[in-house]
Design a protein around this ligand. Structure first.
Ligand code: HDE
Length: 621
C-alpha cells in the first residue's frame, strides 16, 4: 500500500503529455568536414535513439492530442561518446528571445490561475495579453495559428533544433548549424474543426497512430538535415543568426540531408521510459557545442534543475532510459536513489591512491572540450539591437502560405481571439498583427467585430516556398481509408480495388452499421472493423463508399460520415450504389470525389486523390 501511495511523480511543467519510441540513426555520409561527432562519421554505424513527442501546454492527462499547440520533438542519441540530446519542436522559431521570460510565457499560456481554465489551449486572455505585450512572439504565433499546430500525425511533422548550435571539426574549426528532421511521409495537418472532433472521438489519436504504425512494421522515418553558416558569414544576413525568433530561409541556406532516423520499437513501459526520460540541450558530445543564443543559454540551466524535482534527486541519469551506453567514469557519489555500487576507496581528483583516476578524458583521446570563442567588449544584460525586428519574418511566413493556408490562419486567429474576453486585448492584437499583414488583420478583425487599423507599411515581399505544406512530399503510404459497406453490397471488383490500395501501402478498414461479417451479392464477405458508433470520419484520411442494398438506417449514418469527410476536404470514392450519399450536387462534381464502377482506373484516380491529402479547392467553391 505504501508503494502504491507514492506511485505518482510531478509531471513536466511543460510538455507533460508525451509519447515515445525507440529507434536508430544512421548518417548517409561522413560529416567530418564540419564536425568530429563520432555518430556523424561512419555511414555503416547505427546509433540507438529514443524519441519523445509531446504537446506543450496541456497537463499529462489533458484530453486531446490535437490541441492547437507546438509539438515537442526530443531525440536522445545513445552514442559511443555519451548521450547527445536534440530537444526540439515542430516549429523552427520560439516565442521569446530571452530565457528569463520563459516562466512568464508559460504562466500566460497555461490555464489561468484563478479558475484553471482553459486546459491545453492558447485561446484565452492571458496568452494573447502576453503576445500583445511581448511582440517578439509575432513570428511563432503565426506558426502556432497555422496548420503546423495541428499535425496529422507525429510521423508527418518536421522537427527543428530551433537554436543555432555549433559544429566543431577535428581541426577545431567551428560552423553555425541548425538541425532539421524531415519526415519521409511529408508534413501534413488536419483542419481545425476536425482537430476538435478528434480530441473527443480519440484523444490518443497521435500516440495510437505512432504505436500502431510501429506495431505494423510501418516504421516512422525522418531525415536529418543541417543548415550550415560559416562563422565569418555571421553578419551577412538581414537577421541575427543567433536570434531564436528567426529561421534561416531554406532557399538562402539550403538544408543538407545527412542521415536518417527510423523508429522501430515501441516502449515496454510508458512510465519507466517515456515519463522518466530526461532530455537536456546540454547533453552534447565532442563536435557539437553551444552558441551565445540567449534562449539556449537559459535552457542549459533549466533542464537539469527541473529533473531534480521531477525525478527526485541527482541520480536521474542512472535510470535505465537515461544511462549512456558507453563506459563512463566520474566522482559522483550518493544521493537519493543511487543505482551504481562504486568500488574502491577514492572518489576525488587529484589523487595518488588510485593513480589519479578517474579523470576527465583529454581532448586528444576524444574528451570534450568547449570551442574557445574570442570575445571582446562589455558583457551586459540587455537585448541586442539586432534582435529588435519582430515582424519581417512573420510576414515572410505569411507570404509563403498558399491561399488555403492563409485562410486557415485567419480562421485560427478568429477562433482564438473570439474566445478572448477583453476587448482591449483583442484590439491590441489587431494593431500588432497589422505590422505583419493587413490582409491577415482585416480577415480576423472583421470576424471579431473590430475595425482594422489603417494600412501600415510592411515592405517585406519575400517568401520561402519551403515553408508551405503545399510543397511537401505527398505520399499515400499508411493513409487510412474507411470502406463503408452494408449487407448485400455489389461485390463486383471491390476486392481488386482494395488490393490496389493495399499494394500502395494504403490501409483499408471496413465500416458498417454493426460488427460481424458483411456479405456481398455474390458471396464476398468482409469482417467489419468498426461501426458508425465506434469510429468517425475524422479518424480517417479518405472514404470509399461501396454501399449496401436498400437500407435506410445504413444510408442515414453513412451519409453523415461522408458529408463530414467532404467538409474536411478529404478524398471520397463512391461506386454506383454509394453515389446516393453524394446527394448534394456540388459534392458530386468536386475535385477529389471519384465516382463510377469499381475498376483499375477508378482505384488509380482514388489513389491520386489520396496523395493530394486534402482538396482545398472545395473551400473556394
Ligand atoms: Fe523546453 N523545457 N524550455 N523548450 N522543452 C522542458 O524540461 C525551457 C524550449 C522542449 O520530451 C522542461 O524535462 C526553458 C525551446 C521539449 O521530455 C523544462 C526554455 C524548445 C521539452 C524546459 C525552453 C523546447 C521541453 C520541462 C526557454 C525547442 C520536452 C520538463 C529558454 C527547441 C522534453 C523537462 C521531453 C521541456 C525549459 C524553451 C523544447 C522546464 C527555460 C526553445 C521538446 O526544463
Amino acid at each position: 500500500m505504501t508503494h502504491f501511495d507514492h506511485e505518482r511523480i510531478p509531471e513536466r511543467i511543460v510538455h507533460a503529455r508525451g509519447f515515445a519510441a525507440h529507434g536508430e540513426f544512421q548518417v548517409y555520409q561522413s560529416m567530418k568536414e564540419f564536425t568530429k561527432a563520432d555518430f556523424l562519421q561512419d555511414p555503416s554505424k547505427t546509433t540507438p535513439v529514443f524519441v519523445r513527442f509531446s504537446t506543450v501546454a496541456g497537463s499529462k492527462g489533458s484530453g486531446g492530442e490535437l490541441a492547437r499547440d507546438a509539438r515537442g520533438f526530443s531525440t536522445k542519441f545513445y552514442t559511443d561518446e555519451g548521450n547527445y540530446d536534440l530537444v526540439g519542436n515542430n516549429i523552427p522559431v520560439f516565442f521569446i528571445q530571452d530565457a528569463i521570460k520563459f516562466p512568464d510565457l508559460v504562466h500566460a499560456l497555461k490555464p489561468e490561475p484563478h479558475n484553471e481554465m482553459p486546459q491545453a489551449a492558447s485561446a484565452h486572455d492571458t496568452f494573447w495579453d502576453f503576445v500583445a505585450n511581448n511582440q517578439e512572439a509575432a513570428h511563432m504565433v503565426m506558426w502556432a495559428m497555422s496548420d503546423r499546430a495541428i499535425p496529422r500525425s507525429f510521423r508527418m511533422m518536421e522537427g527543428f533544433g530551433v537554436h543555432t548550435f555549433r559544429f566543431v571539426n577535428h581541426k577545431g574549426e567551428s560552423h553555425f548549424v541548425k538541425f532539421h528532421w524531415k519526415p519521409v511521409l511529408g508534413t501534413h495537418s488536419v483542419v481545425w474543426d476536425e482537430a476538435q472532433k478528434i480530441n473527443g472521438k480519440d484523444p490518443d489519436f497521435h500516440r495510437r497512430d505512432l504505436w500502431e504504425s510501429i506495431q505494423d512494421g510501418d516504421y516512422p522515418e525522418y531525415e536529418l538535415g543541417v543548415q550550415i553558416i560559416a562563422e565569418e558569414d555571421e553578419f551577412k544576413f538581414d537577421f541575427d543568426v543567433l536570434d531564436p525568433t528567426k529561421l534561416w530561409p531554406e532557399e538562402d541556406v539550403p538544408v543538407k540531408i545527412v542521415g536518417k532516423m527510423t523508429l522501430n520499437r515501441n516502449v515496454d513501459n510508458v512510465f519507466a521510459e517515456t515519463e522518466q526520460v530526461a532530455f537536456h540541450p546540454g547533453h552534447v558530445v565532442p563536435g557539437i557545442d553551444f552558441t551565445n543564443d540567449p534562449l539556449l543559454q537559459g535552457r542549459l540551466f533549466s533542464y537539469t534543475d527541473t529533473q531534480l524535482i521531477r525525478l527526485g534527486g541527482p541520480n536521474f541519469h542512472e535510470l535505465p532510459i537515461n544511462r549512456p551506453v558507453c563506459p563512463f567514469h566520474n566522482n559522483q557519489r550518493d544521493g537519493y536513489g543511487r543505482q551504481t555500487i562504486n568500488q574502491g576507496q577514492v572518489s576525488y581528483h587529484n589523487n595518488s591512491l588510485a593513480q589519479n583516476t578517474p579523470e576527465t578524458t583529454p581532448e586528444a583521446q576524444g574528451g570534450y572540450k568547449h570551442y574557445q570563442e574570442k570575445i571582446e567588449g562589455q558583457k551586459i544584460r540587455a537585448r541586442s539591437e539586432s534582435f529588435k525586428d519582430h515582424f519581417s519574418q512573420a510576414t515572410l511566413f505569411w507570404n509563403s502560405m498558399s491561399d488555403a493556408e492563409k485562410e486557415h490562419i485567419i480562421e485560427a486567429f478568429s477562433f482564438e481571439l473570439g474566445k478572448v474576453q477583453s476587448r482591449s486585448v483583442q484590439e491590441q492584437i489587431v494593431n500588432m498583427f497589422a505590422n505583419v499583414s493587413t490582409d491577415l488583420t482585416k480577415g480576423f478583425a472583421e470576424a471579431i467585430g473590430i475595425e482594422p487599423p489603417a494600412m501600415k507599411d510592411n515592405s517585406v515581399t519575400k517568401s520561402s516556398p519551403a515553408l508551405s505544406q503545399e510543397n511537401t512530399v505527398h505520399s499515400v503510404a499508411t493513409r487510412k481509408v474507411a470502406v463503408i459497406i452494408g449487407d448485400d453490397f455489389d461485390d463486383s471488383n471491390v476486392s481488386s480495388v482494395l488490393e490496389q490500395l493495399n499494394n500502395k501501402g494504403i490501409k483499408t478498414e471496413i465500416l458498417s452499421n454493426k460488427l460481424g461479417t458483411v456479405k456481398g451479392n455474390n458471396g464476398l464477405a468482409y469482417e467489419v472493423n468498426h461501426t458508425f458508433l465506434t469510429a468517425d470520419s475524422v479518424l480517417f484520411d479518405a472514404v470509399y463508399v461501396v454501399g449496401a442494398a436498400e437500407d435506410k438506417s445504413f444510408y442515414k449514418k453513412a451519409a453523415l460520415f461522408v458529408h463530414e469527410a467532404y467538409s474536411h476536404f478529404k478524398p471520397i470514392a463512391a461506386t454506383e450504389a454509394g453515389e446516393k450519399l453524394l446527394e448534394v450536387d456540388e459534392m458530386k462534381d468536386s475535385l477529389g470525389v471519384i465516382r463510377g464502377s469499381a475498376s483499375t482506373a477508378f482505384a488509380s484516380q482514388f489513389i491520386e486523390a489520396i496523395a493530394a491529402h486534402r482538396h482545398w479547392d472545395r473551400q473556394v467553391e
